[in-house]
Design a protein around this ligand. Structure first.
Ligand code: NAP
Ligand code: FE
Length: 372
């Protein structure tokens, strides 16, 4: 057995987590930039909790509250500029993956003379500012990863980059903040977490340790995502989902995501399908595509959803029951578009983590299976 494991993030999980453990937050500096979306953090209590803690600890702050879903190059450049001009010591990303990823990219752009496109191509000259993460969705696991996923609106291209220096230094996971998610967001984000666990389990970079964590996350999501939809006000159910999402994040921090994430991105940029939902639509097709090189693991995933001999109908039914279907998007997806998607997905870096040799033709077939 051989594996490597590295997770530099200090995690505090629980109700009132931010208030209970301020020691490490204080060590990050005397001034910060809060990076968040337009409204959710004001409604779910997270922004209020953080600003209270900052005030009581004499840490000054400014707020950038214009992060959009699937954050753009322009947004992270604006955050970097604001952070640099105000001379703050650290950033706090409060919200879903979009806010946390924007804080991470902004942390690099604040200290390095580069534009967003260069986040993929240039080596960093200076250390990024430290980032603290406060997730308010249970999906991306960005609070424990070194990834930031950004959208180039001009090129209609969505990609993630990785840099160990943007692992959040401290993350506060308070499940109370997720109580305000409606069913649509709960499902989209929950399926993203499932996708991370499934993809991490199948990744070429998977290890015995990440496999254990991935299977645990899959089991938790299988049990608790339907429950949280039945009882959206149950803090216990929300906690289980937040825990599962964090576990799946720990997995992909080590394994990366595979072709499924690469295939989901164009569905978001061209058709506006939310990230997790896009992955959910393609999940079973991708598992069939990968089956020849990971037969036992695909069978294990099928078994998690109650079926033997690699029968994926249990997983398919699980996803269907979450009301993830393509009907409303099918009309918009032309054949030419699917061709473009296949071309994009076959060139993403996620392909490197995907077992077997996946061809563009196979990818095209998975899209066609879902969209025709
Ligand atoms: P999101 O794009 O951050 O937010 C989606 C929507 O949910 C927004 O309208 C947001 O409102 C709202 N929202 C957030 N928290 C809420 C709450 N507690 N109650 C009610 N509404 C809430 O969604 P996400 O799925 O968490 O993040 C998706 C992004 O993360 C994508 O760009 C994806 O590619 C990326 N991602 C990153 C990683 C990683 O490792 N870094 C992994 C997977 C995916 P506001 O705008 O008002 O805040
Ligand atoms: Fe994701």
């Amino acid at each position: 057995m051989e594996f490597k494991f590295f997770l530099p993030t200090r995690v505090f999980f629980g109700n009132d987590a931010v208030n209970n453990d301020t020691e490490y937050l204080k060590q990050l500096g005397k001034s910060c930039l809060l990076v968040t979306g337009r409204s959710s953090s004001k409604k779910n209590g997270s922004l209020n909790d953080i600003t209270f803690v900052l005030k009581t600890n004499d840490i000054s702050y400014e707020i950038y509250d214009e992060v959009e879903e699937n954050p753009s190059f322009e947004t992270v450049e604006a955050i970097g500029k604001k952070a640099r001009e105000s001379g703050i010591d650290f950033l706090i990303g409060i919200g879903g993956g979009s806010a946390m990823d924007s804080a991470k990219a902004g942390a690099i752009l604040a200290t390095n003379d580069m534009d967003a496109a260069e986040l993929w191509t240039k080596n960093l000259v200076n250390k990024p500012l430290p980032v603290c993460a406060v997730p308010t969705t249970s999906g991306t696991g960005s609070e424990v990863t070194q990834y930031s996923v950004l959208t180039n609106r001009e090129k209609k291209s969505k990609r993630g980059f990785a840099n160990e220096q943007i692992f959040p230094v401290v993350s506060y996971l308070d499940p109370r903040y997720t109580l305000t998610m409606n069913d649509f967001i709960t499902i989209n984000t929950g399926i993203d977490a499932l996708s991370h666990a499934v993809e991490g389990y199948l990744s070429k970079r998977a290890s015995p340790l990440t496999d254990e964590i991935a299977l645990r996350a899959i089991g938790l999501i299988r049990d608790h995502l339907p429950m949280v939809l039945r009882s959206p006000n149950s803090l216990e159910e929300r906690s289980q989902m937040m825990y599962a999402s964090m576990l799946a994040g720990i997995v992909i921090a080590h394994t990366g995501t595979i072709v499924l994430h690469g295939m989901g991105y164009p569905l978001t940029t061209y058709l506006g399908i939310p990230h997790g939902r896009a992955n959910g639509m393609l999940m079973c097709g991708v598992l069939e595509m990968i089956r020849p090189s990971r037969k036992e693991k695909v069978a294990k995933i099928a078994e998690c959803f109650g079926k033997e001999n690699g029968d994926l109908s249990g997983l398919e039914a699980f996803i269907k029951e979450l009301n993830i279907d393509t009907t409303e998007y099918r009309k918009e997806a032309t054949k030419d578009m699917l061709e473009e998607f296949a071309d994009f997905a076959s060139r993403t870096s996620n392909i490197r983590n995907t077992p077997g040799t996946i061809t563009k033709e196979e990818i095209r077939k998975v899209y066609l299976r879902e969209f025709t």
